[in-house]
Design a binder for this molecule. Structure first.
Ligand code: SF4
Ligand code: SF4
Length: 194
Protein backbone atom coordinates (compact mmCIF):
# COMPACT_ATOMS: atom_id res chain seq x y z
CA UNK A 1 0.00 0.00 0.00
CA UNK A 2 1.15 3.56 -0.73
CA UNK A 3 1.62 6.31 1.89
CA UNK A 4 -0.58 9.41 2.01
CA UNK A 5 1.13 12.64 1.00
CA UNK A 6 -0.30 15.96 2.18
CA UNK A 7 1.36 17.80 -0.71
CA UNK A 8 -1.60 16.96 -2.92
CA UNK A 9 -4.21 18.46 -0.59
CA UNK A 10 -7.09 20.30 -2.18
CA UNK A 11 -9.48 22.75 -0.52
CA UNK A 12 -13.16 21.94 -0.47
CA UNK A 13 -12.86 18.30 -1.47
CA UNK A 14 -13.91 17.00 1.94
CA UNK A 15 -17.08 19.11 1.92
CA UNK A 16 -17.96 18.13 -1.64
CA UNK A 17 -17.60 14.41 -1.05
CA UNK A 18 -19.54 14.67 2.23
CA UNK A 19 -22.34 16.52 0.44
CA UNK A 20 -22.61 13.97 -2.38
CA UNK A 21 -22.46 10.97 -0.05
CA UNK A 22 -24.38 12.55 2.85
CA UNK A 23 -21.69 11.30 5.26
CA UNK A 24 -19.55 12.89 7.97
CA UNK A 25 -16.02 11.54 7.61
CA UNK A 26 -14.90 13.11 10.89
CA UNK A 27 -16.53 10.28 12.84
CA UNK A 28 -13.83 7.89 11.61
CA UNK A 29 -11.29 6.98 14.29
CA UNK A 30 -9.18 4.69 12.08
CA UNK A 31 -10.03 1.37 13.72
CA UNK A 32 -9.38 -0.30 10.31
CA UNK A 33 -12.40 -2.60 10.51
CA UNK A 34 -13.45 -1.50 7.02
CA UNK A 35 -10.06 -2.45 5.60
CA UNK A 36 -9.98 -5.78 7.44
CA UNK A 37 -13.31 -6.85 5.91
CA UNK A 38 -12.83 -5.60 2.35
CA UNK A 39 -12.66 -8.55 -0.09
CA UNK A 40 -10.88 -6.40 -2.71
CA UNK A 41 -8.22 -4.79 -0.51
CA UNK A 42 -5.30 -6.77 -1.93
CA UNK A 43 -5.96 -5.29 -5.38
CA UNK A 44 -6.15 -1.70 -4.09
CA UNK A 45 -3.32 0.84 -3.99
CA UNK A 46 -4.84 2.48 -0.87
CA UNK A 47 -6.98 0.69 1.70
CA UNK A 48 -10.58 1.83 2.38
CA UNK A 49 -9.44 3.30 5.76
CA UNK A 50 -6.65 5.22 4.00
CA UNK A 51 -9.17 6.59 1.51
CA UNK A 52 -11.45 7.73 4.36
CA UNK A 53 -8.47 9.37 6.08
CA UNK A 54 -7.41 11.08 2.84
CA UNK A 55 -10.96 12.41 2.38
CA UNK A 56 -10.82 13.85 5.91
CA UNK A 57 -7.55 15.57 5.04
CA UNK A 58 -8.90 16.82 1.71
CA UNK A 59 -6.27 15.04 -0.36
CA UNK A 60 -8.33 15.02 -3.54
CA UNK A 61 -5.68 13.93 -6.01
CA UNK A 62 -4.80 10.86 -4.01
CA UNK A 63 -8.43 9.77 -3.75
CA UNK A 64 -9.65 10.39 -7.28
CA UNK A 65 -6.47 9.10 -8.92
CA UNK A 66 -6.34 5.95 -6.80
CA UNK A 67 -7.25 2.60 -8.29
CA UNK A 68 -9.13 1.84 -5.03
CA UNK A 69 -12.28 3.74 -6.02
CA UNK A 70 -12.55 1.68 -9.24
CA UNK A 71 -11.57 -1.64 -7.69
CA UNK A 72 -14.29 -1.23 -5.02
CA UNK A 73 -17.26 -3.42 -5.98
CA UNK A 74 -19.75 -1.64 -3.69
CA UNK A 75 -20.37 -4.80 -1.67
CA UNK A 76 -20.91 -2.60 1.43
CA UNK A 77 -19.02 -4.95 3.75
CA UNK A 78 -17.00 -1.98 5.01
CA UNK A 79 -20.14 0.06 5.66
CA UNK A 80 -21.76 -2.71 7.69
CA UNK A 81 -18.56 -3.25 9.72
CA UNK A 82 -17.90 0.38 10.58
CA UNK A 83 -18.59 0.92 14.31
CA UNK A 84 -19.19 4.61 13.58
CA UNK A 85 -21.90 3.91 11.01
CA UNK A 86 -19.91 5.53 8.23
CA UNK A 87 -21.09 4.42 4.80
CA UNK A 88 -17.69 3.96 3.15
CA UNK A 89 -19.26 2.42 0.04
CA UNK A 90 -21.15 5.70 -0.48
CA UNK A 91 -17.90 7.63 -0.09
CA UNK A 92 -16.38 5.44 -2.83
CA UNK A 93 -19.40 6.16 -5.07
CA UNK A 94 -19.02 9.88 -4.43
CA UNK A 95 -15.28 9.73 -5.18
CA UNK A 96 -15.98 7.95 -8.51
CA UNK A 97 -18.60 10.56 -9.28
CA UNK A 98 -16.10 13.40 -8.67
CA UNK A 99 -13.40 11.58 -10.66
CA UNK A 100 -15.77 11.34 -13.65
CA UNK A 101 -16.66 15.03 -13.35
CA UNK A 102 -12.95 15.88 -13.33
CA UNK A 103 -12.45 13.80 -16.47
CA UNK A 104 -10.41 11.14 -14.71
CA UNK A 105 -10.90 7.74 -16.25
CA UNK A 106 -10.38 4.43 -14.47
CA UNK A 107 -6.88 3.07 -14.94
CA UNK A 108 -6.92 0.53 -17.81
CA UNK A 109 -10.22 2.16 -18.85
CA UNK A 110 -10.26 0.24 -22.11
CA UNK A 111 -9.44 -3.04 -20.47
CA UNK A 112 -10.25 -5.03 -17.37
CA UNK A 113 -12.04 -2.38 -15.31
CA UNK A 114 -14.32 -1.34 -18.16
CA UNK A 115 -15.16 -5.00 -18.84
CA UNK A 116 -15.78 -5.53 -15.16
CA UNK A 117 -18.26 -2.64 -14.89
CA UNK A 118 -20.07 -3.74 -18.03
CA UNK A 119 -20.49 -7.26 -16.71
CA UNK A 120 -21.41 -6.07 -13.18
CA UNK A 121 -24.07 -3.65 -14.45
CA UNK A 122 -25.53 -6.30 -16.78
CA UNK A 123 -25.70 -8.62 -13.80
CA UNK A 124 -27.52 -6.04 -11.64
CA UNK A 125 -29.92 -5.28 -14.49
CA UNK A 126 -30.82 -8.96 -14.87
CA UNK A 127 -31.26 -9.87 -11.21
CA UNK A 128 -32.00 -6.49 -9.61
CA UNK A 129 -28.97 -7.03 -7.39
CA UNK A 130 -25.44 -8.36 -7.63
CA UNK A 131 -25.19 -12.12 -8.25
CA UNK A 132 -21.47 -12.39 -7.52
CA UNK A 133 -20.75 -15.89 -8.84
CA UNK A 134 -22.59 -15.22 -12.12
CA UNK A 135 -20.76 -11.94 -12.48
CA UNK A 136 -17.36 -13.57 -11.95
CA UNK A 137 -18.15 -16.31 -14.49
CA UNK A 138 -19.32 -13.77 -17.11
CA UNK A 139 -16.26 -11.63 -16.49
CA UNK A 140 -13.90 -14.58 -16.86
CA UNK A 141 -15.60 -15.61 -20.11
CA UNK A 142 -15.29 -12.05 -21.43
CA UNK A 143 -11.61 -11.66 -20.56
CA UNK A 144 -10.52 -15.28 -21.01
CA UNK A 145 -8.41 -14.86 -17.87
CA UNK A 146 -9.62 -17.87 -15.90
CA UNK A 147 -6.83 -18.25 -13.35
CA UNK A 148 -6.25 -14.68 -12.18
CA UNK A 149 -7.86 -13.85 -8.79
CA UNK A 150 -8.56 -17.51 -8.07
CA UNK A 151 -7.15 -17.03 -4.56
CA UNK A 152 -9.42 -14.04 -4.00
CA UNK A 153 -12.45 -15.98 -5.32
CA UNK A 154 -11.74 -18.82 -2.92
CA UNK A 155 -11.41 -16.36 -0.06
CA UNK A 156 -14.77 -14.75 -0.95
CA UNK A 157 -16.34 -18.23 -1.19
CA UNK A 158 -15.04 -19.16 2.24
CA UNK A 159 -16.46 -15.94 3.67
CA UNK A 160 -19.87 -16.92 2.26
CA UNK A 161 -19.94 -14.03 -0.21
CA UNK A 162 -20.54 -16.21 -3.30
CA UNK A 163 -24.03 -17.72 -3.53
CA UNK A 164 -24.33 -20.68 -5.94
CA UNK A 165 -27.75 -19.68 -7.36
CA UNK A 166 -28.96 -16.18 -8.21
CA UNK A 167 -31.80 -14.57 -6.24
CA UNK A 168 -33.86 -12.12 -8.26
CA UNK A 169 -35.17 -9.18 -6.23
CA UNK A 170 -38.82 -8.18 -6.29
CA UNK A 171 -37.83 -4.82 -7.73
CA UNK A 172 -35.88 -6.27 -10.68
CA UNK A 173 -38.35 -4.84 -13.21
CA UNK A 174 -38.01 -1.34 -11.71
CA UNK A 175 -34.20 -1.66 -11.82
CA UNK A 176 -34.46 -2.60 -15.50
CA UNK A 177 -36.63 0.49 -16.09
CA UNK A 178 -34.00 2.68 -14.36
CA UNK A 179 -31.29 1.26 -16.64
CA UNK A 180 -33.50 1.93 -19.69
CA UNK A 181 -34.08 5.56 -18.56
CA UNK A 182 -30.36 6.11 -18.01
CA UNK A 183 -29.58 4.67 -21.44
CA UNK A 184 -32.12 7.08 -22.95
CA UNK A 185 -30.57 10.05 -21.12
CA UNK A 186 -27.05 9.02 -22.16
CA UNK A 187 -28.18 8.73 -25.78
CA UNK A 188 -29.65 12.26 -25.66
CA UNK A 189 -26.48 13.56 -24.00
CA UNK A 190 -24.32 11.97 -26.72
CA UNK A 191 -26.51 13.58 -29.36
CA UNK A 192 -25.96 16.92 -27.61
CA UNK A 193 -29.58 17.31 -26.52
CA UNK A 194 -30.39 18.55 -22.97
S1 SF4 B 1 -14.39 1.07 10.08
FE1 SF4 B 1 -15.21 3.18 10.19
S2 SF4 B 1 -14.18 4.12 11.94
FE2 SF4 B 1 -13.04 2.26 11.41
S3 SF4 B 1 -11.42 2.99 10.01
FE3 SF4 B 1 -13.12 2.33 8.73
S4 SF4 B 1 -14.33 4.19 8.39
FE4 SF4 B 1 -12.98 4.59 10.12
S1 SF4 C 1 -17.75 -1.56 -0.63
FE1 SF4 C 1 -15.77 -1.39 -1.66
S2 SF4 C 1 -14.34 -0.68 -0.10
FE2 SF4 C 1 -16.16 -1.47 0.96
S3 SF4 C 1 -15.69 -3.59 1.43
FE3 SF4 C 1 -16.77 -3.61 -0.53
S4 SF4 C 1 -15.16 -3.51 -2.08
FE4 SF4 C 1 -14.22 -2.91 -0.12
Amino acid sequence: MKKISLDESSKGFTGLIEKISDQNVNVCYQCLKCTAGCPMVEEMDYTPAQIVHAIRLGVEDMVIKSNTIWICVSCETCSTRCPQGLDIAHLMDAARNIAFRRGIKPPESSGAIKDFYKVALGNIRTYGRMYELGMIMSYKMKTGDYLKDMKLGMKMGMKGKLKILPVKTKGAKEIDRIFASVEKLEKLENEGKP
